[in-house]
Design a protein around this ligand. Structure first.
Ligand code: ADP
Ligand code: MG
Length: 1107
């Protein structure tokens, strides 16, 4: 798809109206309001047709960036919002493409932005024209000529910190490709009076301040200058410093620019020397000196300054000194010298300074021209940029304003001429009938000023050249005579004046009704300024200077070329140069930039309506609009017109097939625009009234909105439709999937039901078969069973038969045996009687015994020694054998049992056996001890740290260690004691401390007594007379009596080889010191519980109650 090109127009998003031609209604008020509205919205440019009005914003706006340059490049003038670039582009393109020389005329009052505008135009052209090293150098030189000229020609004024004090016209030359080749600069009327005097709050030309601030010490010394503004009379001191301006830096910029433009070093130095000389001239002062003839003569006060000037410029000091004192007037071979008084001397000094400086400025312009001159001789296209002072109306207007306003009249003249001419040409070109345009032609004012016979300038020249006393007043009188009847001239001097009663018009003034307003001129100074006299003595002195530059500035000082004719007056010079300029401009296609100053404060955002109104008036901008609107206010080529409005008619929308003109015709017919409102040219449509255009614009806007709605509608419809289609498509897809899913599910269901049915049928079939098979099998089994029964019956019958047969055979055999036996017995009875009985008896016995043993073998009881079972005896006669056999078997199994014991077990069982031998059936306590294993060392003395001392005291093996109750024989109470039995001794120790209480060697133990009952009391009897027996026998009770007694018995036996006497009796005697006490055991009642109690009954009796 081709990229859509968006055609824009000036008419898009306009603030106010971009083109004043379209202003409705048109009057001063609407004009100013429109400008103000645009200014407030940062739109500083507004068109009047092809003229650009520029309102100085006094601040930098972001509208000159390289992007903006690109925006405006190669675009049609009315395509974008008004801009100085649009005008520059238009001018440059018609120069390059249509081979039309261009001029850009920038006017406006001081500070309105003319110089800035001219720079913007130049920089735009530089940006869009060709590139390349050579071209760039030319561009650079052209651009760098500005800082040099500004340094010498600009000054700070109350209106503008960088005010151009000269008019400038610059021709930029291009080759056929549009590449710059070079340029020519013309300067007009430098304000030279500024050199010697500046109004309050203003400065001299920038260069003086730049030199003093920026020059090196060395340079200053060379120029015999001091870095101190106050040293120089010509420098205004109250505003020597300008805010935001760095003079020193600018000096370097200027030196650098001079270098780029092509100044040689020595040339640049010469220029500065002249500047220094001018500065120093101001310091020459004069004093009056009376002469003999009674006249005053001036003398130089301090010759030092003069000397330095002369050294600097190579002038003979005496020559210059004389030139300041005398004036030589030559007339017809006669030379008359008159002395100068102080005032005249000052006049001469200032005249010299002014001339020196203005000639230096002209020389600079020429020098720059030399550098930037095009190098080739090929035909050139030219773009002229005119930055010239605009109309000036001050309170006191003098010769300068007169000249300037004259210049503006001329410019207005060619503006009218060219605009009308162009308009007319366009009408002819477009084949439109030319209707007369009524406008004010200022030719009449120009004539008032420049007419060669009775013009004001001619009158002035005449006065200046007239012999006799010439004053400003005589000049005014003359004017009154000659011009009194002129419509545009006003004065009160002449008797017949129409203005005799006009008090606003002083007597020393005349007033001219310029095209842009009335201006009152003070006649004072006109003659002098027009004369612009420099005494010949001074020019000759200058010519004699050794300084080549100064010499060349004063060619008229050369005596060889002495010319008695007066030099042309300032007025006639200016008239001539203006005439040349006009001629030059007339050959070119004009482009106008009208600069307007919005306020007097150099401030941003302030729009003073009164001030602007004033400027609009004298710039004749309303006139401008009227001229432009005289015929048709608006015109546009058919293509863009059709393109812009084609949506207003069905036939042309959206595409018109056919010529654009026909399309526009159809369009306008359709819209019923009155025929007198427009005309068809060859390539353009001409619209008479802006209202028609605005109507079109309104319709277009309306229609665009409708179209937007339509597009929106269609788009929305399309969007909904596509959305719907998408939904439908999705719905179909979803439905398809869902159906598939449902069918699948149904199929699965059918399939599974089928399977179920199938399986039932198959099962049923299978079961049927199974049933059949089972039936068959049962039949077969039945047959088999029947066969088996049958066979069984057969077999049993056979077996029965065989058994019967066997029985019979046996019976036969028995019967036969009996029979045989009977026969044998009968036969052998006679032999048997003696020993047969015995033999049978023995045989039978043998058989029975054999049988008995074989049976016994199978009936043997278990191998447990305690098993009491024994098979009953089968025969009585075997009774003793049977018992013996039982005994042998028991012994055998006991042995077998014993054999499996270890040595330790054997010992235990030996002990148990001993106990059984000693106590079984004797002591009632015994049975309860059988099940208890004998442990001996119940008290583990080794392990208990409490008994460490006790253990250490005993070296032998401990057999018994047990706690027993020792019975106190005196009262029957008991105390706990540790009872220890070792191999040789019996020891008693305290249970708590482990301390040994008594030790009895075993040999001293004679007997142990105890009851036959179920109690643990026992007495240990000691050998009478032994050491241990001194306290008497011991009476104890213990839980392990059986074990202790057994162990004591065994130990005594093994140690002493004597059997310890163990007495079991319910009443025994115990030795108690000297006495013997009887211990008697009685069967006690149950009331004391199950524990035996011991009680001392009397001296001789201790009674123990056993439950
Ligand atoms: N287009 C502009 N944008 C920003 N500032 C401007 C513009 N034009 C003029 N100025 C400001 O106004 C001052 C005066 O402009 P200048 O061109 O020197 O006036 P003129 O030449 O008309 O006397 C400039 O120094 C600058 O500060
Ligand atoms: Mg300027």
């Amino acid at each position: 798809m081709a990229k859509m090109e968006v055609k824009t127009s000036l008419l898009d998003n306009m603030i106010g109206v971009g083109d004043m031609v379209l202003l409705e209604p048109l009057n001063e008020e609407t004009f100013i309001n429109n400008l103000k509205k645009r200014f407030d919205h940062n739109e500083i440019y507004t068109y009047i047709g092809s003229v650009v009005i520029s309102v100085n914003p006094y601040r930098s706006l972001p509208i000159y960036s390289p992007e903006k340059v690109e925006d405006y490049r190669n675009r049609n003038f009315y395509e974008l919002s008004p801009h100085i670039f649009a005008l520059s582009d238009e001018a440059y393109r018609s120069l390059r493409d249509q081979d039309k020389d261009q001029c850009i005329l920038i006017t406006g009052e001081s500070g309105a932005g003319k110089t800035e505008a001219s720079k913007l135009v130049m920089s735009y052209v530089a940006a869009v024209c060709g590139k390349g090293a050579e071209v760039n150098q030319v561009k650079e030189q052209l651009l760098q000529s500005n800082p040099v000229l500004e340094a010498f020609g600009n000054a700070k004024t109350v209106r503008n910190d960088n005010s151009s004090r000269f008019g400038k016209y610059m021709d930029i030359e291009f080759d056929f490709k549009g590449d710059p080749l070079g340029g020519v600069i013309s300067n007009y009327l430098l304000e030279k009076s500024r050199v010697v005097k500046q109004p309050r709050g203003e400065r001299n030309f920038h260069v003086f301040y730049q030199l003093l601030s920026g020059a090196s010490e060395e340079l200053l010394n060379k120029l015999t200058l001091e870095r101190d503004f106050s040293r120089y009379n010509y420098l205004s001191l109250d505003s020597a410093k300008v805010n935001g301006v760095d003079d020193a830096a600018n000096f370097r910029t200027v030196r650098n620019a001079m270098q780029i433009v092509g100044f040689m070093d020595h040339e640049a130095e010469s220029v500065l020397e002249v500047v220094a000389a001018v500065l120093k001239l101001g310091n020459i002062e004069f004093k009056p000196e009376s002469r003999v003839n009674g006249l005053d003569e001036s003398k130089i006060k301090d010759k030092n300054e003069l000397k330095e000037i002369c050294e600097l410029t190579g002038i003979d000091q005496s020559v210059l000194e004389r030139a300041f004192s005398f004036r030589t007037v030559e007339a017809k071979q006669e030379k008359v010298s008159t002395t100068l008084n102080v005032a005249q001397a000052y006049y001469a000094r200032d005249a010299l300074a002014k001339n020196l400086y203005s000639r230096l400025f002209s020389w600079l312009v020429n020098r720059i021209n030399e550098s930037i001159k095009a190098q080739t001789k090929v035909r050139k296209k030219v773009m002229g940029v005119l930055d010239i002072y605009g109309f000036e109306i001050f309170e006191d207007n003098s010769f300068e304003q007169f000249i300037i306003n004259y210049c503006n009249e001329k410019l207005q003249q060619i503006f009218i001429e060219l605009t009308l001419k162009e308009e007319q040409e366009e009408y002819v070109r477009e084949g439109i009938e030319w209707t007369h345009i009524d406008y004010f032609n200022n030719a009449i004012i120009c004539d008032l000023i420049e007419n060669n016979t009775n013009g004001i300038l001619a009158m002035l020249d005449e006065e200046c050249l007239r012999p006799g006393t010439v004053t400003d007043e005589t000049f005014l009188e003359k004017l009154n005579q000659v011009c009194a009847t002129h419509q545009h001239f006003e004065s009160r001097m002449s008797k017949s004046s129409r203005f005799l009663n006009d008090t606003s018009l002083p007597h020393s003034c005349f007033r001219i009704q310029h095209y842009a307003g009335k201006v009152l001129y003070q006649v004072e100074g006109f003659v002098d300024k027009n004369n612009d006299l420099l005494y010949r003595d001074l020019s000759q002195a200058m010519w004699k200077a050794g300084h080549t530059l100064i010499k060349s500035l004063f060619p008229e000082g050369n005596p060889a070329k002495i010319n008695l004719k007066r030099p042309p007056t300032a007025g006639s010079q200016f008239k001539a140069s203006v005439a040349t300029l006009m001629k030059n401009l007339q050959t070119k296609n004009p482009n106008y930039i009208r600069c307007i100053k919005p306020n007097d404060k150099k401030a941003a955002h302030i729009f003073s309506e009164a001030l602007v109104c004033h400027q609009i008036r004298y710039l004749g901008l309303l006139e401008n609009v009227r001229v432009r609107r005289a015929g048709y206010a608006f015109r546009q080529a058919y293509e863009p017109c059709l393109e812009r409005y084609k949506m207003l008619c069905k036939q042309t929308w959206p595409h018109w097939k056919g010529p654009a003109r026909a399309g526009v015709e159809v369009l306008f017919n359709e819209l019923e625009i009155p025929v007198e409102e427009y005309s068809f040219g060859r390539s353009k449509i001409f619209i008479r009234n802006p209202r028609t255009l605005f109507k079109l614009e309104d319709l277009r806007k309306q229609r665009l909105e409708d179209l937007a709605t339509l597009i929106q509608k269609i788009y929305r419809g399309w969007k909904c439709r596509t959305h719907f289609l998408l939904m439908r498509k999705s719905q179909i897809v979803i439905a398809a999937w869902y159906r598939r899913y449902a069918q699948q599910k149904r199929y699965q269901q059918i399939k599974s039901s089928t399977l179920v049915i199938q399986s039932y049928i198959r099962g049923w079939k299978a079961r049927k078969i199974l049933r059949e098979l089972k039936h068959r099998k049962r039949c077969e089994e039945a047959a088999t069973t029947i066969a088996a029964y049958w066979h069984g019956t057969q077999a049993r019958r056979e077996l029965k038969r065989l058994k019967e047969e066997a029985r019979r055979k046996h019976a036969v055999a028995v019967i036969w045996a009996y029979w045989l036996g009977l026969k044998v017995r009968r036969e052998y009875r006679k032999f048997f009687r003696a020993n047969a009985g015995k033999k049978i008896y023995e045989f039978t016995l043998q058989r029975i015994v054999q049988k008995y043993f074989l049976e016994m073998k199978n009936k043997m009881p278990s191998l447990s020694p305690i098993d009491k079972n024994w098979p009953p005896r089968p025969y009585l006669f075997l009774d003793s054998t049977h018992k013996e056999l039982k005994r042998i078997f028991h012994l055998w199994r006991c042995k077998k049992y014993r054999d499996q014991f270890t040595d330790q077990q054997k010992l235990i069982y030996e002990e148990k056996l001993e106990a059984s031998e000693l106590f079984k059936d004797k002591k009632a306590l015994y049975p309860s001890s059988v099940g208890q294993p004998f442990q001996g060392a119940y008290l583990e003395i080794n392990k208990n740290p409490k008994y460490k001392k006790l253990k250490d005291a005993i070296e032998e093996k401990i057999i018994i260690a047990e706690v027993v109750n020792k019975i106190n024989r005196a009262n029957g109470k008991s105390t706990s004691r540790i009872f220890l039995l070792t191999n040789n001794n019996l020891l008693l120790a305290d249970q708590k401390s482990g301390q040994i209480k008594s030790e009895v060697p075993l040999v001293d133990v004679t007997k142990v007594s105890m009851s036959s009952q179920n109690d643990g009391f026992f007495a240990v009897h000691l050998k009478e007379g032994s050491e241990a027996a001194s306290k008497g026998d011991f009476l104890f009770s213990s839980d392990h009596l059986i074990e202790m007694a057994t162990k004591l018995y065994r130990t005594t036996l093994s140690q002493t080889k004597q059997k310890l006497n163990i007495e079991i009796s319910d009443e025994f005697l115990v030795q108690f010191r000297q006495d013997k006490v009887c211990v008697k055991f009685i069967q006690g009642n149950q009331k004391n519980g199950s524990v035996p109690t011991c009680k001392r009954k009397n001296n001789r009796l201790l009674e123990v109650a056993v439950p």
